[in-house]
Unconditional design. Structure first.
Length: 198
């Protein structure tokens, strides 16, 4: 009798399994995500010029993005420069509020009516998210031109400040919550065993 009563009461008395916690929401710039940027810039050095262009990057690791950028810089008192610049960017803090980053670049500048030059440089900036898919990117950089004899106007160091609109897509997404694990049934006394008082 005691064993039968225990079998009837144990399922009601066993504690319910706690609900499974929802997986954390993924942060931006995760592995497998991509960025597409539209660039508007202002540069100083040999005169003042404006820049238009775009770039594409792919995050091979969380926060680490190799990519390539193509810009065209022009002004009324200087030659037109077409820059093809591969880059590596590291997002230091990944947040949908604000994300600071540093960036290294090297590539080639193709200059009208002048010798082409090799460019090495880098800088940093911030991404200010407008939504989960778009953000404003503020960036500053310093570049060194090589060789010295090919620098337009004799100026081999160029600084720039740019503003771009970024589109961010792909990467991990938050999945549905996992179902709760089934509770482990407690061990019960074998009802076939003789019990005192039966």
């Amino acid at each position: 009798m005691h064993a039968l009563l225990a079998l009837l009461l144990l399922p009601a008395l066993s504690p319910a399994a706690p609900p499974a916690a929802a997986p954390p929401e993924p942060r931006p710039f995760g592995r497998g995500s991509m960025s597409l940027g539209l660039v508007v810039g202002l540069s100083t050095g040999q005169g003042t010029a404006f820049a238009l262009g775009g770039g594409f990057g792919y995050f091979v690791l969380p926060g680490l993005e190799p990519g390539v950028q193509l810009d065209v810089t022009f002004g009324t008192d200087r030659p037109t420069v077409t820059a093809l610049m591969p880059y590596v960017r590291w997002v230091i803090w990944r947040s949908y509020l604000i994300s600071p980053f540093i960036k290294a670049q090297a590539g080639r500048w193709f200059i009208t009516d002048w010798d082409d030059v090799t460019v090495v440089g880098g800088g940093g900036g911030l991404v200010l998210f407008l939504s989960r898919l778009t953000g404003l990117q503020l960036e500053g950089a310093v570049y060194r031109l090589f060789p010295d004899g090919a620098c337009p106007g004799g100026t081999c160091t160029v600084t720039s400040f740019g503003l771009s609109l970024g589109l961010y897509f792909g990467g991990p997404s938050a999945g549905p919550p996992r179902p709760p694990a089934a509770p482990t049934p407690p061990s019960v006394t074998d009802p076939t065993r003789d019990e005192p008082g039966i």
